[in-house]
Design a binder for this molecule. Structure first.
Ligand SMILES: Nc1nc2c(ncn2[C@@H]2O[C@H](COP(=O)(O)OP(=O)(O)OP(=O)(O)O)[C@@H](O)[C@H]2O)c(=O)[nH]1
Ligand SMILES: [Mg+2]
Length: 289
């Protein structure tokens, strides 16, 4: 592949491909690479190669979606959070605010009867968010709560937590409590609820899906629950820092990053050591000459 002259668009699509976190994104990036692959003779075998890779990926996805779907047909993405809580707490309203999904929202009880998936795109990351029927409704699927990466527990009063807990015996400890409908609370109630949640050392955010109060904080907290490092890179010859971060496990080093984006570490001119440990939101500029 290296011998054909590639356009900047192709190189940028190729880089996108390398940064993909799941097959759905890989399919899109590969399609982009194919469309920018050189049209001349030498590029033909490259395009054929890419098409084969794309075909395999699509086949894999189809197989996966037949086999891998849970009882209620949800194909789990790499970063997944589920919305749980009692009826009318505002789960569907939160899904509508954070993602592209268009759930039914209503003041009547038990409106949501089937899980609904939405995607939140934030700082270069795709997060799958699943809205579920109320936790005490018969159509609530416990297995989803037991396999997800993160629980978003939606309440309007800390008293609801006791009831919710009963259904979470085998669920992950990775939890973010969203105290919703803060617009309906007096200053005194807000202060009291906040003090209570703090005293229990819960990870929480006070939010209103109506006014969108604290939405940036909610998004930031949600992302930080996934315990991943987002590292923004600038590759040799590139003018700007990529807006899509590279995702790495905690404690990763410059060397791990170089491996992930396939820059040979022997070629890097170092201003920090290769074993320098990265922090979330670090910006790394690679220089190879
Ligand atoms: N004032 C206020 N109302 C809200 C807020 N969030 C949601 N609501 C209202 O509360 C009602 C229930 O909202 P939903 O999002 O449907 O609640 P849900 O948790 O999905 O409820 P079910 O699916 O029925 O279990 C609707 O009338 C919403 O408009 C909020 O932050 N403030
Ligand atoms: Mg709902």
């Amino acid at each position: 592949m290296a011998s054909t002259n590639q356009s900047p668009e192709f190189l940028s699509a190729q880089k996108k491909y390398m940064l993909c976190t799941n097959d759905r994104e890989r399919v899109l990036a590969l399609e982009e690479m194919i469309s920018y692959a050189p049209k001349h003779k030498a590029g033909e075998s490259m395009r054929a190669n890419l098409r084969t890779r794309l075909k395999k990926l699509i086949e894999k996805q189809e197989k996966h979606s037949k086999k891998g779907r849970g009882k209620q047909g949800i194909q789990k993405e790499d970063l997944q959070a589920i919305l749980i809580g009692l009826t009318n707490s505002g789960k569907s309203s939160i899904l509508a605010n954070l993602t592209n999904a268009k759930p039914k929202i209503s003041s009547s009880l038990y409106t949501t009867l089937l899980p609904l998936v939405g995607t939140m795109f934030y700082q270069g990351l795709y997060i799958q968010i699943v809205d579920l029927p109320a936790i005490n409704h018969e159509s609530f699927d416990q297995s989803l709560a037991n396999t997800t990466d993160l629980l978003l527990i939606v309440i309007t009063n800390p008293r609801e937590l006791e009831e919710i807990e009963k259904f979470l015996k085998h669920a992950t400890d990775n939890r973010l409590i969203i105290l919703n409908k803060s617009d309906q609370l007096s200053a005194e109630e807000k202060r009291k609820f906040q003090a209570h949640l703090q005293s229990k050392k819960y990870n929480f955010v006070i939010y209103s899906s109506l006014t969108q109060e604290n939405e940036p904080i909610l998004k930031e907290k949600l992302i930080s629950c996934f315990n991943i490092l987002r590292v923004y890179t600038k590759s040799p010859g590139q003018k700007q820092v990529d807006d899509r971060p590279v995702l790495l496990p905690p404690e990763s080093t410059i060397e791990d990053l170089a491996k992930k984006i396939r820059i040979p570490s022997s070629s890097i001119k170092q201003s920090v050591g290769l074993n320098h440990v990265l922090k979330d939101k670090d910006i790394v500029e690679f220089k190879t000459e």
